[in-house]
Design a protein around this ligand. Sequence first.
Ligand code: SF4
Length: 427
Amino acid sequence: MSKITFITFGCKVNTYETQVMRESFLGKGHTEVPDDNSSDIVVINSCTVTEQADKKLLKTLRRIRRENPGACIVLTGCYPQAHKEIPDGLADIVTGTKDRRSVADIVTGHPKGREKTVALPLPTADFESTRVHYSEGHTRAFVKIQDGCEMNCSYCIIPQARGKMRSKPPGELRAEIEGLAANGYKEIVLVGINIMFYGMEYGTDIISAAECAEDIQGIERVRISSIEPEMMKLSHIERLAQCSKFCPSFHLSVQSGSDRILRLMKRKYDTARYMEIVENIRRVFPDASITTDIMTGFPTETEEDHLDSMRFARAVSFSDMHVFTFSPRQGTPAFDMEQVRNEIKHRRTEEMTMLGKELSAAFNKARIGSTCKVLFERERPDGTHRGHTKNYLSVSLKEKHPFTMRGKTAAVLITDADENTLYGDLI
Ligand code: SF4
């Protein structure tokens, strides 16, 4: 059997889908190796959310072809699904975002050589029945519960890569979480492309998905990944407060703090509605961390729009911001709008990034003197231990400990903090 390497770009959904492929390849007797230079098969699970993501992918494909010319390169995921055309000679097998479980069969039956096999069935309304049993390299396991998006925000290419909205049947979700709990996972992250639409076809919702883990023994924590804010009603937040395992870290993609730009983006909320949702969350979960994705340089964005965005981010006091520079994606309405010059976009990205660091540091420093429960995930080479709080703040113990803390939950007194990490001592 062959030596195989997996490379994953992009979001948590891709991480989950790589795990689905990993389990099916390893089940066929292939052996995973970390170094793509020594592998017979390299599976690259791609992302195409930005122009930068595309450039990174193509650079990786060229490097592997150059350094390991004998390897069978399998390109899968959002890039080929959205673009259909792959530069000649860069991949031997190409598949899209559907039928991840069959990738191992396609590769195993593929004759040696450079002949490109393209299998890009359009994503349909059926949710592919996938299940993972472990989560490579992680103490928390991602569980994909939803796929697809039909919101058609004016800048976003993802609907072309992911197709119609669809959800994992509730029975399959429960079985998957039970299996992960039996394999020792204590923390579950529910992931999807537009997760707030989970369960519509079954008359259920995302909150029920979080509630599902309440009585599963072994699971201590449940997280929900990125949320489209307009769907988060007060009744949802109040139901989440009844879930003892729910972790109050909310990633609400704001994208811009300018109402004019939000309208052009075709987002379904304005800043006032967004702030109302933030206030509802903080009323119910006073210690919630609220993080976001925010974009700079959207077409026609003026200096005033940019300053509005900065003022809004400061008003919300995000605990962390993922700052993107807008890049035009062919086939989206924003591609044809009047573009902002690159040097202006990049200067705004720098300013927004600096603001994000300042807000993160302020949020973290406000925790000094408090006690929090930390689920420990890893030991660093210097002997210190790291983990996360329930509201997803990274914590590092100041003292070295000779025993392993991985997988254990313990109370920590926070004595110091910077923009990335809280530091403290075991109580
Ligand atoms: S909600 Fe908008 S930004 Fe998010 S995936 Fe759908 S189209 Fe893209």
